[in-house]
Design a protein around this ligand. Sequence first.
Ligand SMILES: Cc1ncc(COP(=O)(O)O)c(C=O)c1O
Length: 359
Amino acid sequence: MTEKSPKLRAALDGIPTYKPGKPAAAGGPRAFKLSSNENPYPPLAGVLETAADAAASLNRYPDLACTELIAELAGRFDVPLEHLATGTGSVGVAQQLVQSTAGPGDEVIYAWRSFEAYPIITQIAGATSVRVPLTDAEEHDLEAMADAITDRTRLIFVCNPNNPTSTVVRRAELERFLDRVPSDVLVVLDEAYIEFIRDERVPNGIDLYRDRPNVCVLRTFSKAYGLAGLRVGFAIAHEPVAAALRKTAVPFGVSQLAQDAAVASLRSETALRERVDALVTERARVWEALVAQGWTVPDSRANFVWLRLGERTADFAAACEAAGVVVRPFPGEGVRVTVGEREANEIFLRAAEEFRKEL
Ligand SMILES: Cc1ncc(COP(=O)(O)O)c(C=O)c1O
């Protein structure tokens, strides 16, 4: 009898694998990782101590309902407890959202290029991706996205600011778009980088969610809060969406370390905000330097910048790596570079300048 391999779902064939940002080369003092949009600052002292305390109970399962974290978030955002759901990073919550809404024959719309997990989690669910190209200004084309809605559409991701292009959608255009979306289609406002926005024309998704039952806001502790390694994100959504998220959650997926550190971070808001402000200042410096060198760079509203390099993408990434910083290339399209510690940004800017001279 010939050996057969276990039958796997055909939907998994050809799924693009999620490419994590390449780590910095080990050893050298000048190796910096600017490839994953992480926060360069280590966790705040109080947050570390809280996490260490939680580590003493690693023999126990965490609080399944994330009670304290949910209560803290509900108070912070003035939303009902039942409208909150947590997950293993916001990517985990995004996957639960797709699982909750879409299956074979259903469509999920998102801009492209955008966050690379969207096609993966859509395909895992057996649903079909509908990618709507960004505009020439690297922004969401919300008119085209609304035009792409069919009676099969179940979920639409709006990534604001968009990863990897760092561009935003503004209040008026987003409201116009939401007005066009049928009430039985879920719109997920992925606001992983919202704390870095300094543009009053960009809405806080929570204001839009309040009177729109088909709007869900996705947030994370991985970026501004600097807890990427702990894997905790959350959604704010009306019932029955929030209830569906609780059903699809991996039981005990958010560790007690993550829950306690997230609560401690929310309570250390002032110190965290100072760090975010410093990154925003540094972002402006990096952006201005790139523009002065002659690059066309979208005005970043996130903790990264985007250079559309086309065919020169791989060469540029290699030049940066040789100089001591690892960036995130999207072959044939462009390079996303996280705003990191000043020393790393300096190395990147020098590498960009050298590259530019040779064009
Ligand atoms: C737009 C966007 N959404 C969600 C995530 C997921 O972050 P996490 O799962 O760490 O919360 C990322 C991470 O890079 C992102 O860029």
